[in-house]
Design a protein. Structure first.
Length: 95
């Protein structure tokens, strides 16, 4: 893995609540991002330093928000969840 992986405490709390199968898929997504931080789509406006990676688990689309710190070679995972209210909650959390 090229980048160190870090996460906000809230991210870890949310991740812990998912079933084991789901967490494995999340870990796979995290590893993919750590190998290639450009995978996610860059957001615009007040969230322009955040990227969002979309992936499917059990037929459901999930979004994983993260920031890339190229100086420290690390990725900070911010938020994970389904599409519904994802951006609204992300905005609220970042304030």
């Amino acid at each position: 893995l090229n980048y160190k992986q870090k996460a906000y405490p809230k991210y870890n709390r949310v991740k812990k609540k998912f079933p084991e199968v789901f967490r494995k898929e999340i870990n796979n997504a995290e590893d993919k991002i750590a190998n290639n931080p450009q995978l996610g789509k860059e957001k615009s406006g007040d969230r322009k330093d955040i990227k969002v990676f979309k992936f499917r688990v059990m037929g459901q689309q999930n979004l994983l928000a993260y920031q890339v710190n190229n100086k420290k070679k690390e990725i900070i995972f911010i938020s994970i969840g389904g599409h519904e209210n994802f951006y609204r909650d992300l905005k609220k959390y970042l304030k």
